[in-house]
Design a binder for this molecule. Structure first.
Ligand code: SAM
Length: 321
């Protein structure tokens, strides 16, 4: 079992497969052009798998593939199959922007993927384009439909932004409700890579918008999930992820691995240690030693706060959110 320095059990590994993305979402990517890490710096699926296998042996029961955009890694189904062949009951999920999903959802499901979260910030083509930096909506919706047909469990993530898509909170909720998809509204997390003029919405403001149309009832958090769940009168449930409160840090069960091999203990902070050399040399004991050191130093909580809106210097496209 993996336990961090604050006594929290860690059983959830999030792997960012690449920092590259085919979107340029305003809340995640800088306005100015920047260069990607060269492909040869990324860990191969074989090297990633060496670490994954050791992490599973140590008690990791849930893995999420993310990015950047994970579907940009060629032969993604091969990596999924490597993990599922090793542990068939692993809870394996992926977070994606959905743009390429229609073409690969069936293969990913066949390889063993169980669940996906798709980012859907707007149902208006021009707003989706404004946020993502290109015309994306048609592909994303097609991706969600094919994924549902393929039998993947789908959730939708939306980041409401003032003056951009905040008038679509109820529309996105209803679109998801009609399809039996759970939507999770995520508070914008301030970070130095995002466009500087963005204003996020606090969880209570998001709930107020929904309350204008619906009566909602609190359910609570399930397990270590960061989402606080709410129920509408007709039984539909949606989630709210509000990192500006710190009440989910105390049950944080996550560790993040980047495509370059850095283990990151908290989404907010810059600290990281590399397992790249160790796994490339086949020294898994060393990689496990590094993992334990990172967990021993995992911060107690992030530093986003309702009062100060501190900005993190960590890039979401690198850590995978
Ligand atoms: N490309 C994939 C996608 O779009 O879902 C996976 C990576 S993305 C970094 C993972 C999640 O992080 C998405 O749901 C995205 O909305 C969320 N995210 C990125 N930057 C964020 C920010 N500044 N605040 C809140 N959520 C953010």
């Amino acid at each position: 079992m993996l336990i961090d320095g604050h006594g929290r059990k860690v059983d959830y590994l999030r792997i960012s497969l690449t920092e590259r993305c085919n979107f340029r979402c305003q809340y995640c990517m800088p306005e100015k052009p920047f260069s990607w890490v060269p492909r040869e710096n990324l860990l191969s699926f074989e090297d990633l798998f060496k670490f994954v296998r050791a992490a599973i042996d140590l008690g990791i029961t849930k893995i999420r593939l993310t990015g950047g955009e994970p579907t940009l890694r060629a032969d993604l189904d091969r990596f999924i199959k490597m993990i599922c062949d090793y542990k068939s009951d692993i809870d394996l999920a992926m977070t994606t922007n959905g743009y390429l999903l229609a073409g690969i959802a069936k293969d990913l499901k066949a390889a063993g993927l169980k669940r996906i979260n798709v980012s859907l910030d707007s149902l208006r083509p021009e707003t989706a384009q404004r946020i993502a930096g290109k015309d994306v909506l048609e592909n994303v919706i097609a991706g969600i439909e094919v994924a549902l047909d393929a039998g993947l469990k789908v959730k939708v993530n939306m980041v409401p932004l003032k003056g951009v898509n905040d008038d679509e909170i109820v529309d996105v909720l209803e679109w998801c409700k009609e399809r039996g998809i759970q939507v999770r509204f995520i508070e914008y997390m301030e970070n130095v890579h995002a466009h500087s003029d963005l204003k996020g919405m606090h969880g209570r403001e998001i709930l107020e918008r929904i309350k204008e149309r619906y009566t909602i009832q609190k359910i609570g958090r399930q397990g270590s999930s960061p989402a606080f769940l709410y129920r509408l009168e007709d039984g539909y449930t949606f989630g709210l992820i509000d990192p500006h409160k710190h009440d989910f840090c105390e049950s944080c069960n996550r560790i993040r691995l980047t495509a370059e091999g850095y283990l990151i203990p908290c989404l907010y902070f810059d600290e990281a240690m590399s397992i790249k050399e160790a796994v490339q040399a086949g020294d898994i004991d060393k990689a496990v030693e590094i993992l334990k050191e990172v967990l021993a130093n995992k911060p107690k909580e992030n530093r986003w706060s309702e009062e100060t809106s501190e900005a993190s210097s960590r890039a979401f496209y690198e850590t995978g959110g």
